[in-house]
Design a protein around this ligand. Structure first.
Ligand SMILES: [Zn+2]
Length: 141
């Protein structure tokens, strides 16, 4: 499954999960995708730096998720504050305005992710950490 950023003709932004781009295009064409805010079926895909492929049974998807995870990881490291295991807690705080709105990254359990989803917190998941490269020639003294 891939999550796509979508926008209706009233410029409401939302997300949808689809098998792939073809599936998304087919569903939009059939008018099956509608805006959760105003119900408009005039929906288009908006370009996004976030396209997360969620690993499932297929090996290809898993590989794609890993590759995606690797390039996203660099982006996350540079632009997101690492809150580690406090991720779910912090995401909820930000969601409810109890914490300063900012980009965060970290780790969460499946249980915490369930809570975040239930609370309507937007979050992105990237693949597992890739092993550290064997040759680290740029090591500092
Ligand atoms: Zn709308």
């Amino acid at each position: 499954m891939i999550v796509f950023d979508l926008q209706c003709d009233q410029e409401h932004s939302f997300e949808g999960w689809f098998e792939d781009l073809k599936d998304l295009q087919r569903q939009i064409k059939k008018g099956l995708v509608s805006c959760p805010v105003c119900g408009s079926a005039q929906v288009r895909r908006v370009p996004s730096s976030f396209g997360i492929a969620k690993a499932s049974s297929s090996i290809d998807q898993e590989k794609a998720a890993q590759l995606l995870g690797q390039s996203l990881k660099r982006y996350f490291v540079e632009n997101f504050e690492d809150v580690g295991p406090q991720f779910a807690k912090e995401a909820l705080k930000i969601h409810y305005g109890a914490s300063e709105a900012r980009n965060i990254r970290g780790v969460s359990t499946a249980e915490e992710e369930k809570v975040l989803k239930e609370e309507g917190v937007e979050f992105f998941k990237v693949g597992p950490e890739e092993p550290a490269p064997a040759d680290s020639g740029e090591e500092e003294d």
